[in-house]
Design a protein around this ligand. Structure first.
Ligand SMILES: O=C(O)C(=O)Cc1ccc(O)cc1
Length: 415
């Protein structure tokens, strides 16, 4: 049996100190800094917006030597890692990826039983980077392990916090930062999806690994998708192949509600290409963007833009394309308002996506709205997205083409 996950806990970044990521997440993206752990060599800061939690790992001073955990898989006993006395240079709950540029590299899940999950992973041929380890402080204890994925620098921390009453994880202290008024206008409730930039030809191996190790299931993002090939969008300067998988939808009670991973590969097309730009500037495959679910994307985008978030601008022609304004109006939205904020809207045709063609809901117009930020690090790598879904579970071609073109235009200007 594959290892079962209970819920997505957080996504972790690794950045050098002084990158400004934490101040941007707080000041511009209106995240709430709620816990921190500081040692002589590392600062770990936990930030929350609704159920979306980021952990920012900042390396202070010189990069430490590569993490080498002496792990003997024949040893079932839990390693004990009391917070006091823990080596100062290490990041708790993660491996130090020692990545050359700032990166989001860990997607952490809660699980019910770390030793049994790690046994299952090992039976399935997934070596652990950190074996089951206990960390305790005055508020209780947490057990975790870390497994490296088959995608670039991405790992997964799997942790059981059922015996912990503290604010985040043992070793962290509450920061006492209280959310202020404007944050209410910038509502985002959870992570909608996580998109990986993958090297060409690697998608099937990635799908197989996640299915084999954790039981993720492929899902179809668009009716035009070919099951074997994925959803290919090409021509007119776009060359993208998307495939998606999810965990939890309709599975046993108590398990992850819904965690979606989207795999993006570039297709051979003339011109520049944002997936290849990511691979080159990031130094390999990794998390390209994270979609934050917004309950009211217009007011969230407005509040974040006022706070200084920089969004990519849709191509000039987007809102005047034949039928676009009608599509937006038919969805009950205002084309002018969306254009003021640069928000994209894609409606599914009846029968598109999951559940298409069944019952009366298939006749209603389901749609989604999206807006993408500019890359948040100096490299053209990681960015965030706001997404509001009105019944549409997948992704639409119109938005992807518009996103592709707007990012390309932005990349072109950087040269
Ligand atoms: O639309 C989304 O949020 C996706 O995740 C699809 C996607 C993936 C990669 C790109 O470079 C552009 C679009």
């Amino acid at each position: 049996m594959a290892a079962s996950l209970s819920r997505l806990s957080h996504i972790a970044f690794h950045v050098p100190a002084g990158t400004g990521l934490v101040s941007d997440l707080v000041g511009k993206f209106r995240f709430h800094l709620f816990a921190e752990r500081v040692t002589a060599r590392a600062r770990q800061l936990a930030l929350r917006k609704g159920a979306a939690v980021f952990l920012v790992n900042e390396r202070l001073g010189e990069a430490p030597p590569a993490h080498t955990f002496p792990f003997d898989p024949t040893q079932p006993a839990l390693a004990q890692q009391p917070v006091l006395g823990h080596s100062d240079g290490e990041f708790l709950y993660d491996i130090s990826p020692l990545h050359p540029v700032s990166t989001a590299s860990n997607v952490c899940f809660e699980v019910q039983d770390v030793p049994s999950v790690s046994r299952r992973l090992q039976e399935r041929g997934c070596p652990l980077a950190i074996p089951p380890t206990n960390v305790t402080d005055d508020s209780g204890s947490v057990t975790y392990c870390v497994v490296r994925s088959v995608v670039g620098n991405i790992s997964h921390t799997l942790l059981d916090r059922s015996r912990y009453r503290g604010v985040f994880l043992p070793g962290f202290r509450a920061t006492g930062d209280v959310p202020e008024g404007p944050r209410d206008l910038a509502e985002a409730t959870h992570f909608d999806h996580i998109t990986y930039a993958c090297s060409r030809g690697s998608t099937q191996a990635v799908l197989d690994w996640y299915q084999h190790c954790f039981g993720f299931q492929r899902f179809i993002v668009n009716r035009q998708e070919d099951v074997a090939e994925g959803y290919r969008i090409h021509g007119h300067g776009v060359g993208l192949r998307l495939t998606a998988m999810r965990y939890g939808k309709g599975s046993e009670p108590g398990l992850v509600d819904d965690c979606k991973f989207v795999l993006a590969e570039s297709l051979l097309e003339p011109g520049k290409n944002q997936v290849d730009a990511f691979l080159e500037q990031h130094g390999g495959a990794g998390i390209q963007h994270v979609g934050l679910y917004a309950t009211d994307i217009v007011s969230t985008a407005r509040a974040l833009a006022q706070a200084g978030v920089r969004f990519v601008e849709p191509p000039q022609a987007y809102y005047s394309e034949v039928g676009k304004a009608e599509e937006i109006r038919a969805a009950g939205q205002d084309p002018w308002l969306l254009s003021q904020h640069g928000i994209l809207l894609d409606a599914e045709l009846a029968g598109d996506g999951e559940g298409g063609g069944r019952g009366s809901s298939a006749r209603q117009r389901r749609y989604l709205m999206q807006i993408f930020t500019k890359p948040i690090f100096p490299e053209e790598t990681f960015f965030l997205e706001l997404i509001e879904r009105r019944g549409a579970a997948g992704f639409g071609e119109g938005n992807i083409r518009a996103l592709w073109k707007s990012v390309q235009a932005y990349l072109d200007k950087q040269e």
